[in-house]
Design a protein around this ligand. Structure first.
Ligand SMILES: [Cu+2]
Length: 104
């Protein structure tokens, strides 16, 4: 019964409000995407698929973060709670760039 009610509620509001986790990989000194759009409350999982260390971070207001040193094979989750554009870079390789649009 509870499941049926939840399904009905989702149908009524249209898109589900459940937060998602979106994976972005680092390989060949690049992010797998240059631009992604997510929703407020979603999590981005940064996965280092390279053979070298990366340090993904952002200084964008409201969504600043620093995953610190990420060795090959490591993954880090970052949750984005503020609507706006987030410019993501690697502190070791400044040419690595990703823009995340956080929407409502
Ligand atoms: Cu890097």
């Amino acid at each position: 019964m509870r499941i049926l009610l939840a399904a009905a509620a989702l149908t009524l509001v249209g898109a589900p409000c459940l937060a998602e986790t979106i994976a972005v990989e680092q390989a060949g000194k690049k992010f797998s995407e240059t631009e992604i759009t997510i929703r407020k409350g979603d999590t981005v999982r940064f996965v280092n698929k390279d053979q070298i260390t990366h340090n993904v971070y952002s200084q964008s207001p409201g969504n600043a973060f620093d995953v610190k040193t990420q060795k090959p094979g490591e993954a880090s989750d970052v949750k984005f709670d503020a609507v706006g554009d987030v410019d993501v870079q690697c502190a070791i390789h400044p040419s690595m760039k990703l823009r995340i649009h956080v929407t409502n």
